[in-house]
Design a binder for this molecule. Structure first.
Ligand SMILES: Nc1nc2c(ncn2[C@@H]2O[C@H](COP(=O)(O)OP(=O)(O)OP(=O)(O)O)[C@@H](O)[C@H]2O)c(=O)[nH]1
Ligand SMILES: [Mg+2]
Length: 221
């Protein structure tokens, strides 16, 4: 769980993750939060099943994920954001194909659920457009490249050298698992989008950067 300034939601999302009836550990990386999140996380340091790590300087979502990955011990790794946009109960469905050996990489898609929701048109358009780019450049068949529910067999994720630090985790990991030859399986996930007022921080520049990263890794190793 990469976390940056999520004091309003951090307690609730941790409780929700812990309540999911599957065997798990929660590795939290605080990305040098300045809003009091860090102080809240201190309370969780000794709690069973949770480990907390802290960045001294803010790096970005990918940077926090990179710090967390080597500290995981399970057979499956999923990213979980520190906000309340997702429902951790979806992990039951999303981990199932990996447990059964039917897939190695599973993405939750916000666009495969019957009640599709996205607060801002530009985000939806951007996510769909980036998915089409992935499908063309990397021969995948996905609808939601930017989803935060990306679930991996952990040996695969641990092999991937991640270069970027900010929001490039999604395009970089998608490009790299594709180049390793893995077919991404998509399943529906719940999604409760938050607004900028509620703390959303991504913007159109992150979308352009994602496009650039997808094109770059198609042609460069
Ligand atoms: N914006 C931002 N988020 C960070 C950073 N470091 C870690 N994060 C965490 O990364 C996650 C995603 O950030 P969000 O701002 O929710 O981004 P989003 O627009 O919902 O995009 P998604 O990645 O699709 O969830 C959250 O859990 C953040 O707390 C950082 O430096 N900036
Ligand atoms: Mg979010």
């Amino acid at each position: 769980m990469p976390v940056f300034n999520e004091k309003k939601t951090i307690r609730e999302i941790i409780a929700k993750v812990l309540a999911v009836p599957i065997e798990k550990e929660l590795v939290i990386v605080d990305d040098a939060s300045t809003d009091g999140t860090r102080e809240i996380l201190k309370e969780y340091e000794d709690k069973e099943g949770i480990r907390v790590y802290y960045h001294e300087k803010n790096k970005g979502k990918s940077g926090a994920i990179k710090t967390g990955i080597p500290h995981t011990t399970g057979e499956i790794i999923s990213i979980q954001d520190g906000d309340l946009e997702t429902d951790p109960n979806d992990f039951i469905l999303l981990t199932d194909p990996i447990k059964k050996g039917e897939a190695s990489v599973v993405y939750g898609s916000r666009y495969l659920q019957p009640k599709e929701e996205s607060l801002y048109f530009a985000y939806k358009f951007g996510a769909r457009f980036l998915s089409v780019v992935v499908n063309i450049l990397y021969c995948q068949n996905i609808t939601d490249e930017a989803t935060c529910y990306k679930v991996f067999r952990s040996d695969i994720l641990k092999q991937i050298p991640l270069e970027y630090d900010r929001f490039e985790f999604c395009p970089e990991v998608t490009a790299k698992v594709s180049k390793m030859g893995y077919k991404i399986k998509e399943l529906p996930m719940h999604y409760y989008p938050r607004s900028f007022e509620e703390g959303k921080k991504m913007n159109w520049r992150d979308g352009l950067k994602a496009l650039w990263v997808l094109i770059k890794f198609r042609f460069v190793n």
